[in-house]
Design a protein around this ligand. Structure first.
Ligand SMILES: Cc1ncc(COP(=O)(O)O)c(C=O)c1O
Length: 401
């Protein structure tokens, strides 16, 4: 829509929710699966799910990859595979999606929320303090693809003898010091839900180099009887666990794998485009006094498909709400996490946890942090429309010409 007075904002607002088309290569395979009806991952040898696991493991440079129904399933199975006693404390960032504390509760553990700062990364002082109070595991969400300092986190976890699970739902393609995020901790979890870099509607992946963890997760994901024979390289471990673990049945089916496999070779291109898009909008916003887009950490090569910013010098919630509404009226969704109703990334809305903890640092961040989807397929003109709209809305809401 053309809009009032700001001459540069004339194009229609870009649709940031549509996904990229699924690569053409998926069609023939989907057709073959529909013809044969062979949709269950364990019916035939070399089923699409098994091929996907091998390809994903090669892409990530890990020994084992297990395809499952969602990242939530991967996180649940990760905690179960670690064999944590019921009621174990699992440290997670207080800035993440509600699915993360939910997976901890699902695994009969207790989430302990770590403060998160204005740079969207965990507060290492609070982390160390809560780790010192005891933990069965640490599960770090690299929320919106912002990587917390993995050197410090790994060192603290190793010193405490506590396993680290990485929730890499938003970090497919991100590197830390040249290593792929999701491969640094004991277990990494990925999502193929539609708003992620690889889109299968739903789906997830668990990766690890640890054969015992892999074998336990495979069985619990639903490799009943001798279906584990279709997972290479784990025969000895499976003999240990056969019939000794519950089957939670969180398998991926072949159609999902057929949709995902042709997207794996697209990941590097999507990462490059997403990063360039992010940096183009970030540079524009950082040139305005109202916005600060935190920088990547020195060891981090990010893979963003969204952008988060802090609103600077905005005293009242009312002004921030007005900014949000002006953006929306101009067709751009730039939600302030703490000011959009029932936001599933605001920890005080996780009432299923019981009493909401006092986390002033994370709360202050969420009350002035905006969230913008920026899928890799956007054009330069669309990105400029978004940046122009945010800056114009901020000028109007916060009182500058
Ligand atoms: C940070 C984060 N972790 C995990 C998940 C869970 O992913 P899934 O929808 O595949 O269960 C999400 C979902 O969007 C998420 O945002």
């Amino acid at each position: 829509m053309a809009h009032d007075g700001h001459s540069r904002i004339t194009a229609p607002a870009p649709n940031v929710y549509d996904a990229e088309p699924i690569p053409e290569g998926a069609r023939a395979e989907i057709d073959r699966l529909l013809q044969s009806g062979d949709l269950f991952r364990y019916t035939s040898d070399n089923a699409p799910v098994s091929l996907l696991e091998a390809e994903f493991a090669a892409f990530m440079g890990v020994r084992y990859a297990l395809a499952v129904s969602s990242c939530s399933a991967a996180m649940f199975l990760a905690l179960k595979a670690l064999d944590l006693p019921r009621g174990s404390r699992v440290l997670i960032p207080a800035f993440t999606f509600a699915a993360v504390p939910s997976a901890v509760v699902h695994a009969d553990c207790v989430p302990v929320l770590i403060e998160v700062g204005h740079d969207f990364r965990i507060d290492l002082t609070d982390f160390r303090m809560k780790l010192a109070e005891g933990a069965g595991a640490v599960m770090i969400s690299h929320m919106r693809g912002h990587t917390s300092d993995m050197d410090q986190i790994m060192a603290a976890c190793d010193a405490a003898g506590v396993p680290l699970v990485e929730d890499a739902a938003h970090s497919l393609g991100t590197l830390w010091d040249g290593r792929r995020i999701g491969t640094i901790g004991r277990i990494g979890c990925f999502s193929f839900q539609s708003y992620k870099l690889v889109n299968a509607g739903e789906g997830g992946m668990l990766v690890t180099d640890d054969p015992e963890i892999a074998a336990r997760a495979v069985i619990m994901s639903g490799a009943y009887e001798h279906n584990w024979k279709k997972h290479p390289g784990l025969q000895n471990s499976f003999h240990l666990w056969q019939n000794r673990l519950p089957l939670y049945n969180m398998r991926m089916q072949n159609l999902s794998a057929a949709v995902i496999r042709p997207q794996i070779p697209e990941i590097d291109r999507r990462v490059r485009d997403g990063r360039a898009n992010h940096d183009r909008v970030a540079d524009r916003l950082n040139a305005s006094p109202w916005f600060r887009v935190p920088k990547a950490l020195p060891k981090e090569d990010r893979a963003p498909d969204s952008l988060q910013f802090n609103l600077i010098g905005v005293e009242t919630d009312a002004a921030a709400v007005k900014f949000q509404e002006l953006c929306k009226a101009r067709g751009v969704g730039a939600n302030v996490f703490g000011l959009s109703r029932d936001n599933a990334r605001a920890f005080w809305n996780w009432q299923f946890l019981g009493e909401v903890p006092d986390l002033p640092k994370t709360r202050a961040m969420l009350m002035r942090a905006g969230d913008l989807r920026l899928p890799a397929r956007l054009t330069a003109a669309e990105l400029d429309y978004i940046a122009d709209t945010l800056i114009a809305a901020a000028d109007e809401a916060f009182g500058r010409d």
